[in-house]
Write a protein that binds this ligand. Structure first.
Ligand code: ZN
Length: 441
């Protein structure tokens, strides 16, 4: 279970006041460590390193976006990664004028197999939900909900102007999920009325009537707009939790479930100063009254999701909680924009494991992001491809057992076109979120 931006500082603070029973239980029952992301600050790069067992130089995903160019004659969209080298003033306008498009990183850009490819090749089953850079959804044994599925639902919700309309089959973007029929299970429960939304939000923020009204009307994740950050982080995470639940109920418990909850990162960027006010100049008490519970409750919401998903597993199951990076206060505070928390230099993330065979109550120090994939393979009793740079984190286990290695025979050559018809509305939805967090301009 991935919690984007989960930070040990926040966990320690909130566990001390008994607000995170499931996570605190994992700490005492299992093994904890800091996740070393090699100083990386970009989420897609880190999550892909965890899933592949190799660093960004090898798997090829090192940022949120890249460039593509549509050939006007053939109509085909081709990657033009080299265009990223253009970084002078006005270069983006120039590239756009020449027909280039900035596109989100995608699974087609990944040069190395991820855990779900490796397991599928070994005849094992997976359930993947909202892992970074998984659109277009690859063919897996089991089910995969790509990271664009949620953005697509949000876009439809906005474009259709009503939550009651069913999207036409022709509106559906292929490759959002594997199998494609899975998407129809996800759209219906994603609808939510105004009253339900306000009720959900009330635990995170104590809003005035005016703010409640604005929350209802806010349509996109917008830079500087706290209400939009809360609304769309929450909708995104509820979607991912539902998707995971649906995978388990529709397809049964697979050998590996891998999900990333992404909202906590955005919430931490915007609300860090309310959790650690001592790092900042005095905060207006009226603002604190509105937003003071935002992060504590968001962590508690994740804690509940962890407990709920764990309860769905019928067999004894190893649970791993990881985050890509921690959060540090934005300093100097004089230049404080909408963001008060940041992770530009890749502060350590979280590594927690508990379950059968995992050492109890142990602090394992620091474990690299590239160790996640080999460690998971070993837990499943599978051989570890020799060409991974990560190692099996044997310090997590009571008795680690013999690690088996094998030569990997999966072809890691990515296609040269981005695959799947990239949909401009959904790309815009993804871009608005990246812009709100300051990752792209
Ligand atoms: Zn972030």
């Amino acid at each position: 279970m991935g919690m984007d931006g989960a930070s040990w500082d926040a966990l320690h603070l909130l566990m001390a006041s008994d607000r995170l029973p499931a996570l605190a239980g994992m700490v005492s029952e299992g093994c904890r460590a800091r996740l070393d992301n090699h100083g990386q600050g970009y989420s897609p790069a880190i999550w892909t390193s965890m899933a592949t067992g190799v660093p960004p130089e090898e798997h090829g995903i090192d940022f949120f976006t890249t460039w593509a160019w549509r050939n006007p004659f053939s109509g085909r969209l081709r990657y033009a990664h080299w265009a990223r080298a253009f970084r002078f003033r006005g270069s983006h306008q120039l590239l756009r004028a020449l027909g280039f498009r900035r596109v989100a990183v995608s699974s087609a850009q990944r040069r190395r197999p991820a855990l779900w490819n490796l397991l599928t090749a070994q005849g094992r089953s997976v359930g993947v939900a909202n892992w970074w850079a998984t659109y277009p959804a690859e063919a897996v044994r089991g089910a995969l909900v790509s990271d664009h599925a949620n953005s697509y639902v949000q876009r439809l919700r906005r474009d259709l102007r009503t939550v009651d309309l069913q999207p036409h089959q022709s509106d559906l973007l292929p490759s959002l999920t594997c199998p494609e029929s899975l998407f129809s299970h996800l759209w219906q429960p994603a609808r939510m009325g105004d009253r339900e939304l306000l009720e959900l939000v009330s635990r995170f923020a104590h809003l005035s009537e005016d703010q409640q009204d604005r929350l209802r009307r806010v349509e996109v994740f917008a830079r500087g707009d706290e209400l939009s950050v809360l609304k769309f982080s929450l909708l995104q995470d509820l979607f991912t939790i539902r998707a995971t639940r649906t995978i388990i109920t529709e397809y049964g418990q697979p050998d590996l479930i891998a999900l990333v909850l992404g909202g906590l990162d955005a919430m931490s960027h915007y609300f860090w100063r309310f959790l650690f006010p001592e790092h900042f100049s005095p905060i207006d008490p009226a603002e604190m009254a509105v937003w003071g519970d935002a992060l504590p409750e968001y962590y508690a919401f994740y804690d509940e999701a962890l407990a709920e998903l764990r309860a769905l597993f019928s067999d004894p199951t190893i649970v791993i909680v990881v985050s890509d990076h921690g959060i540090v206060p934005v300093l100097p505070e004089g230049s404080l924009g909408p963001n008060s928390g940041t992770h530009d230099d890749g502060p350590d993330g979280v590594w927690l494991a508990a379950g059968p065979g995992i050492a109890g109550g142990r602090d394992a120090g620091r474990i690299s992001m590239v160790d996640v994939a080999p460690t998971v393979l070993h837990m499943l009793g599978l051989p570890v491809p020799r060409d991974l740079s990560g190692r099996v984190a044997t310090e997590l286990f009571e008795k680690p057992g013999q690690v088996r290695y094998e030569d990997s025979d999966l072809d890691g050559t990515p296609p040269s076109d981005p695959g799947g018809p990239l949909d401009e509305g959904t790309e815009d939805e993804v871009a608005s979120r990246l812009r709100a967090l300051g990752y792209i301009d």
